[in-house]
Design a protein around this ligand. Sequence first.
Ligand code: SF4
Length: 196
Amino acid sequence: MELSFPIVEIFDSLQGEGARVGTACRFVRFAGCNLACDFCDTDYKEREQVGINDLVKRMKGAPAKNIVITGGEPTIHFYLSKFVWRLRQRGYFVALETNGANKVKFKVDWLTVSPKNGLFMQQCGDEMKVLWMRGIDSTKEGFLHYLRRCSNFKYYFVQPIERNGKVEKIDEIIKFVKENSEWRVSVQMHKVLKIR
Ligand code: SF4
């Protein structure tokens, strides 16, 4: 039986966050997640089960052959590696966005890890991106120092949560980055510019 994946959406846009901001990409959003963050704005209700052959075909014409695999949490799909492998064989640049709760055991071209709690297993990659979350204010900086100490990434970003058009707690973030210059600020450019 052919492998298939639950896909929420496939669309072309600009990467809005992190070190590859502004890069034109095709985004593939996989349904489902292994966490349940209270600020999550991803809706998985609408999904289509897409066979792997069809999914590979649907990547044709992606801007500069750039693919971003996102979610939800794509690594919960056991055979994701097969999809990634087939894309890389065809010359696509494959970026993967994960919360890091699962280890990524296959090769990608760019790995973004965005831990939402202390239980993150994927401790190396290209960039770590941490949301400046509510509810852990007193320990937030300690959490970031912990993440930095026990991981190995090229880039470290802190990112504000954007809610109803408002960027939350940006002053705190700027202060933190001024005092901890190994971290950088990432703002969700696509939301600021109101592009999809
Ligand atoms: S890890 Fe991301 S997709 Fe999963 S619940 Fe949290 S915010 Fe939503």
